[in-house]
Ligand binder design. Structure first.
Ligand code: UN1
Length: 513
């Protein structure tokens, strides 16, 4: 079913330039001799455009300018800040296809999923606009007569965002839409793989800010790799550092921010599992599993990586999945009908192949898939067939997150055992159970059930809506972004005691003369 993506690979640069033009984004010049980098398009493995690296001292200047913007933005009433986010959301709606084009060209996402990513961006804008009138604190009864206790939420400061290639714009917008209504400017270091998407998205926000007379430096993009990111992480004026990426990255970032008493919001690895019980609706299960395991070519942090199936149904589930996997249309993600685009890089493909080799060495059987497809016209493009692997036990490779479409299938015989296997990995992002038995479902959602930040019933592990808080436990980092009360991470809380009496009674009945 693999279409020969190389036979018809128009130069991705033309489409990228056209989308950037429509978004009103400029390519910053990369002067000769200055450090630069050139992202490659996973569609063909060809280079896009050379871009300048933002040097550490320039990062410092960008954060300082953002801090200046903070000093005025924090005084703008929150509903007026919401008006900026409303306009940004309108522009995102208008330019949905343009931004999706860049997402596809840089991240390799199929068109439907790229459009979905932009949808997620204006969905969070809608939520943030409503939130701009609901940044509420509590009032508490005081123990003293004539006194009142309350809390007030204030803007926090500059928010640094480090985002990954796989959601190159949506994750920034979860942070940015909420940060802006909370009164915080954002400095964004996008993935080196997806800088054009970042430039395009930020151009829309800059346009909205200019139209509404908001400060220019509310949203800044800094470009580059490790050094650029390190300068952002270390900067004392970055009050909150929100980072999405590998567990290794998180382990490096967290202590640096903690040492300066800054806040972090970390979205790191996921090694997400679903349990399939004997009562599961298998038609629905197979559809849910396939979307979660092979959507975005298995490169979501919420991708399904482990399937824990009751031994009474495991053969049937494997058979049905294998047949669905064999029919997957793989190829050029821009073509209608394609469901699986390329992996982000040849290195990602090599890591997938190495993981499959290790799985075999650990007693696994590759039921279907797992082949790399070399395209003569595009040797660096990493098209693969998603792999379905039956494992005898949850061996070391199953405990490891490989960012590729590999689904390990394991058997279980009782639910306690399944939940223990489920929770045995270091990561704790997303999870689900497929069952029609309410007792099993509630057990999975209960305190001794799934240990993840996201626990679903009868849907897969990926594709969360923006209305809920998004994030995970354990080595996933503990951060929560997006909906619910995740906004509190972007504000500081002040507790206020107000005395409206003519007396000065002390708390705890202290007598002080
Ligand atoms: C990510 O992969 O970093 O729940 C985010 C999902 C998407 C977001 C994924 N809404 O799959």
């Amino acid at each position: 079913h693999l279409k020969d993506a190389a036979s018809d690979l128009p130069d991705p640069r033309e489409a990228a330039l056209e989308a950037l033009r429509r978004l009103g984004a400029q390519l910053p010049p990369a002067p000769d001799g200055a450090p630069s980098f050139t992202p490659t398009s996973p569609l063909s493995g060809h280079g896009l455009f050379p871009l300048p690296v933002t040097l550490p001292e320039e990062v410092g200047a960008a954060v300082d300018r953002a801090h200046e913007a903070f000093l005025t933005w924090r005084l703008v009433p929150a509903p007026a800040r919401g008006a900026l986010v409303r306009r940004f959301g309108d522009l995102l709606r208008e330019h949905k296809a343009d931004l999706a084009t860049l997402v596809t060209l840089e991240a390799g996402k199929i068109t439907a999923e790229a459009l979905g990513e932009v949808q997620e961006m204006f969905d969070i804008c809608d939520l943030a606009v409503g939130l701009s009138r609901q940044l509420e604190g509590r009032t508490m009864p005081s123990e003293r007569p004539g006194h009142r206790l309350m809390e007030t939420w204030h803007p926090l400061g500059v928010v640094g965002v480090i985002s990954a290639f796989n959601f190159p714009a949506a994750v920034w917008s979860w942070n940015t839409a909420v940060a802006l209504v909370c009164g915080d400017p954002v400095v964004w270091k996008p993935s080196e793989t997806a800088p054009l998407t970042a430039l395009g998205a930020a151009a829309l926000l800059r346009r909205a800010a200019a139209e509404l007379g908001a400060p220019e430096h509310l949203a800044t993009v800094i470009l580059g790799g490790r050094e650029t990111g390190e300068a952002l992480v270390a900067h004392p004026r970055v009050a909150l550092l929100s980072a999405t990426g590998s567990e290794r990255m998180g382990a490096e970032v967290a202590p640096v921010v903690a040492a300066r008493m800054g806040r972090t919001l970390l979205e790191l690895g996921g090694n997400n599992a679903a349990i399939v019980t004997p009562s599961a609706d298998l038609d629905l299960t197979v559809r849910g599993v396939v979307f979660s395991a092979v959507g975005t070519a298995g490169q979501r942090c919420t991708s399904l990586r482990r399937l824990i199936v009751h031994t009474s149904v495991v053969d049937e589930v494997l058979e049905r999945l294998a047949s669905a996997y064999r029919g997957l249309p793989i190829g050029d993600p821009r073509e209608a009908g394609t469901l699986v685009g390329p992996l982000v890089s040849a290195a990602a493909r090599d890591r997938m192949l190495a993981a499959l080799e290790q799985a075999r060495a650990e007693g696994g059987t590759v039921v279907t898939g797992g082949e790399a497809h070399a395209l003569p016209a595009a040797p660096d493009a990493a098209y693969v067939t998603p792999a379905l692997v039956q494992m005898p036990a949850q061996s070391p490779i199953v405990h490891t997150e490989t960012f590729a479409p590999i689904l390990y299938v394991l058997g279980y015989s009782d639910l306690d055992e399944a939940i223990a296997m489920h929770n045995a990995v270091p990561q704790g992002l997303s999870s689900s159970i497929f069952t029609l038995d309410q007792r099993e479902a509630e057990r999975f959602l209960g305190p001794d059930g799934s240990d993840c930040g996201i626990a679903n019933v009868n849907i897969g592990t990926s594709g969360a809506e923006i209305g809920g808080a998004f994030g995970g436990e354990k080595s996933t980092g503990g951060g929560r972004e997006s909906g619910s009360d995740a906004w509190r991470a972007y504000m500081r809380r002040a507790t206020n005691t107000i005395n409206y009496s003519a007396d000065l009674p002390l708390a705890q009945g202290v007598d002080f003369g």
